[in-house]
Design a protein around this ligand. Sequence first.
Ligand SMILES: [Zn+2]
Length: 466
Amino acid sequence: MSHTLKHTPANCWQVYSSQEQRKAISDFAVRYIDFITQCKTERETVRWIRDRAREAGFSDDPQSPAFYRVLKDKSIILVRRGRRPLKEGLRVLGAHVDTPRLDLKQNPLYETCDLALAKTHYYGGLRKHQWFSRSLALHGVVVTQDGDKVNLRIGEEAEDPVFLIPDLLPHLASQQNEKKLSEAFEGEKMNVILGNDKAETSSAGGEIGEEASEEAERESIKKGVLQLLYARYGLTEEDLFSAELQLTPADPARSVGLDQSLVGGFGQDDRVCVFCGLQALLQESDPEYTQMALFWDKEEIGSEGATSARSMFFEYTLQELLETLEPGSRLSRVLANSRALSADVHGGLDPDHQDLHDPMNSSKLGYGPVFCKFTGHRGKLGANDATAEYVAWLRSLLNSKGIPWQMAEIGKVDAGGGGTVAKHLAVYGMDIIDCGPSVLGMHSPFELTSKADIYATYQAFRAFLE
Ligand SMILES: [Zn+2]
């Protein structure tokens, strides 16, 4: 226990300075980079988590000491039973698997200017200008009337084509340049290019019939795209109504910096916490308290809907466990005795926009996972505010294990803010606080984290779940 009068935050790189620790940081980052390159949507992430859990002996039988439950392929709960009864409470770690991106509209396909395009509707809080003139991959699922699921993943392999929303050329951008950023880029003008080949479609007129030949001529490139979708995936235009197709950056995640100390990649918010949380859970084979990892969808649009943190999925799963394992115990008691981490990333101090942060209360890359005692905005509106007692317990826990951590707020008091899933678990009366590594360029197509922070976050999650 430290009794130094003045507090000096510990830098992870200095704490983890041995050759062995540096190797552990770098090995962990290699696995993490592979994970975020492979998993770009909530469904891909949930499938990956489920596969790792199965490999580690988890089963969907609630009697099993290592149990998982998947909801609609978009949310997953993992439970590792502890030595103490459930009524003494759980250790709960919640993170989210969804990420801001561009979704295809349900009527996406059209043709204009001799190009086939698809209309999009963005998902979550993204900055539109970051999505132009960059290579995009198409991920998602299409469900046919027969119930067959067709998984698409186009643009991730070197030989795959990618997709693109071209940005306006500077020569004609003078009007746009005068607009406010919030008005310069319109959602309806984020249409992605799918094709240009007219020759491909000259043989496509047949099924339309002669009377429609003018129509066929007008939409021949779109028709070519439809033909390809049918030939390769057996899909028709109507199938796109029952589809969830998302455009993500096509690039892989990779090391950043001459010293390779950072990770750049899409969807680190919040898949970095998903990865660290899952790895922490898989490490522990015989915990004292029952551990629960909740990986939710829909955080980026306010945790609405069946697969979100505001759904009853968590409560129902816990109810089922109680009925199976401890029929006498009350759900409300289990919940109120539980301790939780809302494992989510934190906006780090931006070197080019330091004026938006309070330097005394902002997080820096390299200083470990960030505790955010309260979230919300402008007067703590909409905040979860962790108790001083709980913060004290967490401090003591991480300090006793020599794990670096920091305490911060996202920005200046009047600059803005945001919320996480913390408040949706806090309603049960359980102790909960936000905790996760710092990110620069949050919600951008290529977010930045520090490898040392990722490793320290994993250590912190382990200590918490233990
Ligand atoms: Zn997040």
